[in-house]
Structure formats: structure tokens, C-alpha cells
Design a protein. Structure first.
Length: 155
């Protein structure tokens, strides 16, 4: 895995930079005819985990982008807790992924577009660890467009 250091100190620019990389992961899912959601985990300006939806390939409903990224990050750092890390994910996490983020004790979650039907916010916002900071709407239009185009082609 390549460790890319991001030097910009503007937090908004940093979030956009990493969301663009999460979008690249989502495009990998799209290329495999998976629902185009991508995620990366960042620690101290280094990408330590990546993932994209692999539910079709693995025939596994738990193979969401966030779960892949959490597993990858835990393997990279050699531990299950991601307290000083940020998860960047193109679409608001579902209840399962929000629950998994609780167990990782991730420091921050940044998502692109809301997921009105299956996102955790509409179900229960108390699913996150009490110390996890949540930020949404980063590159929301681009993130949502990937999903809308994917499902439009399926119909």
C-alpha cells in the first residue's frame, strides 16, 4: 500500500483531497459492476486503509467499502482501534458500518452524500462512538452522481 502524505494544512482542502481518493475507490467498484461506494482510512496524513464495495464478488452482504477499509487499516497498523484516524466514505454509512465504526472507536467520519433510505442517520445517530466526529456533504454532488448513474443503468 502506498503511503501518501498530504501537506496542506487547510482542513476543508484536506477533506476534499481525501474524498477524491475515496471516489477513486468507488470507481473501482463501478468498474466491477458493484454499487459504487469507496472508502479510505487516514491516519496522520497517511492512507492506511482502502476499500470499495465487494458484496457481489464475495457474495457477502457485509463486504461494504467501509468494512474493507477498516480491515485494511487494522492490518496496516496491527491493531483494531482507529482512534486517531478518519474514515472518508463517498456515501453515508449504513447501520452495520456505523456500528462497526463504533467498535473501531474511529476518531472521525467524513462522508460525501446522504443515503436517505439506508443511511444510519435516519435510523439512529447514536450508533457512533461518543468521541467520533461526523462531517457530511464533502463533494456530495459527485458522490451522489456515481450512485444515481449506476442505478439508472440498472433500471
Amino acid at each position: 500500500m502506498s503511503f501518501y502524505n498530504f501537506e496542506n494544512t487547510d482542513p476543508e482542502e484536506e477533506d476534499i483531497h481525501y474524498m477524491k481518493l475515496a471516489l477513486e475507490e468507488a470507481k473501482k467498484a463501478l468498474a466491477e459492476d458493484e454499487i459504487p461506494i469507496g472508502a479510505i482510512v487516514v491516519s496522520k496524513n497517511r492512507i492506511i486503509g482502502r476499500g470499495y464495495n465487494l458484496t457481489e464478488r464475495f457474495n457477502d452482504v457485509t463486504a461494504h467499502a467501509e468494512m474493507q477499509a477498516f480491515t485494511s487499516a487494522a492490518q496496516t497498523i496491527g491493531g483494531k482501534y482507529l482512534r486517531d484516524c478518519t474514515l472518508y466514505v463517498t456515501i453515508e454509512p449504513c447501520v452495520m458500518c456505523a456500528g462497526a465504526s463504533y467498535w473501531t472507536q474511529i476518531g472521525r467520519i467524513v462522508y460525501g452524500a446522504r443515503e436517505e433510505k439506508r443511511g444510519f442517520i435516519s435510523k439512529n445517530t447514536n450508533l457512533l462512538h461518543p468521541k467520533t466526529i461526523l462531517k457530511g456533504g464533502i463533494m456530495a454532488e459527485e458522490c451522489a452522481a456515481l450512485m444515481k448513474n449506476f442505478f439508472a443503468k440498472k433500471r
